[in-house]
Write a protein that binds this ligand. Sequence first.
Ligand code: ZN
Length: 340
Amino acid sequence: MRKIFYMICLCAQLLFSRTIFAQVDQLPKIAKWYNNYDCAISLRFDDNDESHVNFVIPLLNKYGFKATFMINPGRNYEKHKDFWESQVPQMGHRWGNHTWHHKGAKNPEEAEYEIGEVSKLIWKLYPNENKLNVFASGGGEEWGGKRWSEALPIYKEIVKKYHLIDLYDGKHPAISLNSDYPLQGIKDKIDKAISEKNHQAFMFHKVGSKNLMDYARKIIAGYNYTIEEEKFLKMIEYLNNKRDRIWVAPLVQILKYQSEYETSKLELVKKSPDKIAMRLKIETDLNLYDQELTLVLPTPHNRTPVKVIQNATELKVFQLTDSKYISNIKPINSEVQILY
Ligand SMILES: [Zn+2]
């Protein structure tokens, strides 16, 4: 008797939870990451090293992965100036602001030059992108005699003025990879990003074998800035094997999506068998935050979404799997209708 009672309870519970699940599932929602990928991975390369030109970028291009390059136009630059300025933007990789000379600044006027001139150059090289970008102070550099983290607000104001996201504001963790970091550890971090649906940022300096300078730096600075080509290649292959689940994209794109996602809300306006109308409320400014958001479309009673209309614009519906449909919408306050 008791057994039967438990069985009934269990069945009721199952039915109840399934009903709730089905109801929630019947409304569109904003995907955590673009194109409904499970996670985001960013690859950042600092200091325009020769190895980026000769090895990293050709390899990334082979796999179609887009990355972020933190470039100093005033240091170690002239030899590949044309490559960095003409070819890299064409290839779809993004520049980040890493200051002009990688030497910090003695005063705010110097900082204005070191930061501002790089932003102006980036805006010129990417005429179709808006002004938002990422900024990283050169490691160990001083601003008015202080490390970046302790620098006076006047320095941070310059970063804000140029619409830069400060990667060293304590809110943007990244793993710096070098030859001391085991390949399995890198793979584990990638898998963790997938299972936790997070963004994992990786950063690199030189990719190649260590030379005398690298050994000297390790002894003096105590830090190893070089990762082997072989390990880097294996990492890229690992990402490629899981590329259906990972959004590999430039930092600025991922950070845009993240801010838009975190400040947006979808509210139900009206629902009928052949139409769901929602209102998208979002706090970000389209002038800077213009990354498309992905809407996951429900399939109530197994009906197929055929059209999405945002305000007056008709948008495409993409089928990801048998029952998974998405559409990419503009990050603006708007009415979104899904037609079946
Ligand atoms: Zn640097």
